[in-house]
Write a protein that binds this ligand. Structure first.
Ligand code: MG
Ligand code: MG
Length: 266
């Protein structure tokens, strides 16, 4: 069943989406070589609690952490670990918060220090593909129109692998609601987009093959060929005219710009 949100509910969700983005920015400010992803997870969890919210992912189907932190060949659902970050790492951070009865959910990929031009391009194209999808998130379109736009841009135009095993989703009182929002598919298929629908659009794009596998931790999803993946996610509300993007990259881009020595410009 698809749940449509009232104007008041959308504003509660916007606040949560922006809290997620502020959390991502706080994490970004702590990223540096030598820091562990477990330390970043603790920083995020503390910030979320300090803002009278709870971490949506912690305990979700048994997930033990506040954040999914996926480094290099990890695509999504990465377990924070004791491994220290090094220059050249690509780190995708996915955070959810729950407050006032609703969830926010957003993800962002950072490049640390010197990374290859091919990887910078993957990050740029993945981020751009998110907006290609959002352009299609209009009343009367279908989820397949979003999917097609993302796949055309990333896979057909740039030759990247679009992960098939994981998809975007409706968002609201539950972290994952109907409808599913894939990053691949046919135009004119899938659920029809109506006013008040909130969806998380989240391209998960691999530099090489689309194929992935589960790490032995049972959660972390890695590329089958060991090459890098990127992941950006916005919460978007369908409304008259253009979609309303509830989350914002402003805080994360500000964090990147505040440390141009550290974060790769892509
Ligand atoms: Mg997410
Ligand atoms: Mg999501």
């Amino acid at each position: 069943m698809i749940h449509y949100k009232s104007k008041a509910e959308i504003e509660l969700m916007r606040a949560n989406s922006l809290l997620v983005c502020d959390t991502l920015a706080v994490v970004a400010a702590a990223i540096k070589p030598g820091v562990t992803t477990l330390q970043l997870d603790k920083i995020a969890e503390t910030f979320i609690k300090d803002n009278q919210a709870t971490a949506s992912f912690k305990g979700y189907h048994g997930f033990p952490f506040a954040c999914c932190i996926s480094v290099n060949d990890a695509v999504v659902h990465g377990f924070p670990t004791n491994a220290e970050l090094v220059s050249g790492d690509v780190i995708s951070v996915d955070v959810g918060v729950y407050k006032n009865g609703f969830h926010g959910d957003s993800a962002y990929t950072f490049g640390i220090g010197e990374i290859g031009e091919d990887i910078k391009k993957l990050m740029r194209v993945t981020k751009e593909s998110l907006y290609k999808g959002i352009e299609k998130a209009t009343i009367g379109n279908r989820t397949g129109d979003i999917a097609y736009a993302i796949q055309e841009y990333t896979e057909k135009l740039h030759g990247y692998g679009v992960v098939r095993d994981l998809v975007g989703h409706g968002l609201g009182r539950s972290l994952h609601e109907e409808p599913q929002v894939p990053n691949f598919g046919k135009r004119g298929t899938g659920a029809k987009l109506k006013e008040g629908l909130v969806i998380a659009i989240e391209p998960m794009i691999n530099l090489g093959t689309k194929d992935v596998y589960y790490d032995k931790d049972g959660w972390t999803i890695r590329t089958a060929d060991g090459r890098v993946a990127a992941h950006y996610e916005h919460d978007v509300c369908i409304q008259k005219g253009k979609a309303d993007i509830l989350s914002s990259v402003t805080a994360m881009e500000a964090a990147e710009n505040a440390n141009v020595e550290l974060f790769s410009d892509y």
